[in-house]
Design a protein around this ligand. Structure first.
Ligand code: SF4
Length: 200
């Protein structure tokens, strides 16, 4: 007769589930990297440039990926050698070099987008409320880890100095001057300003 395993606390199961998701993402990146003969970091840089980085320069890419400038320099050199990116002087500021994807880099980004889209299918049938609640929980966890210094870069509403809580429990964006229901929370907002920088 098999013994009934005690159910771990809900908090623990939630954290375990988030960790499993992170593991799945790393495995997915590794699979794609092997397929394209690149490193996971090189793949991430291509995906990031495709999504849009402002300004599209090495320093900003390093900051967003939370890696050292020397690591990004090596990564960009490899991507250039493989013909996936270009790096050209900025006409408005000759000290800067702007990054862009080549047609081959765009092909890789599109392949990544197609693969990622296939991962999203199970989300399509869920209600916005359910997905919003999940987003709210995950961003809150990320915000906590950011506050503890475990995640050093975060540009979500939960760590933004413009966010406030409303009496009804929803968040409020003081910059956009609008309520942020859970399904409207931003994960990587271009207007994000860090709470830490605001000294709060
Ligand atoms: S500025 Fe962007 S990140 Fe900050 S609270 Fe508003 S929507 Fe969220």
């Amino acid at each position: 007769m098999c013994a009934v395993t005690a159910l771990p606390p809900l908090d623990q199961r939630l954290l375990d589930a988030v960790e499993r998701l992170g593991h799945g993402r790393r495995a997915f990146l590794q699979t794609m990297a092997t397929q394209w003969r690149l490193s996971p970091l090189q793949i991430e840089v291509v995906v990031m440039l495709d999504a849009g980085v402002t300004p599209p320069v090495a320093g900003e890419v390093a900051r967003r990926l939370d890696v050292a400038a020397s690591t990004i320099a090596d990564t960009l050199a490899t991507l250039r050698t493989k013909g996936l990116i270009t790096e050209e002087p900025d006409d408005t500021d000759r000290r800067r070099r702007l990054l862009a994807l080549t047609p081959a880099g765009l092909d890789l980004a599109q392949a990544m987008n197609r693969e990622r889209a296939s991962l999203r299918t199970s989300l399509e049938s869920m209600s916005p409320e359910r997905k919003g609640a999940a987003l709210d929980v995950v961003l809150t966890l990320i915000g906590d880890l950011h506050a503890q210094g475990v995640i050093t870069v975060d540009r979500s509403c939960k760590t933004c100095r413009f966010r406030d809580s409303r009496p009804d429990g929803d968040d409020w964006c003081g910059l956009l001057r609008q309520a942020l229901t859970p399904d409207q929370l931003r994960v990587a907002c271009p207007e994000h300003e860090s709470l830490a920088l605001a000294g709060r």
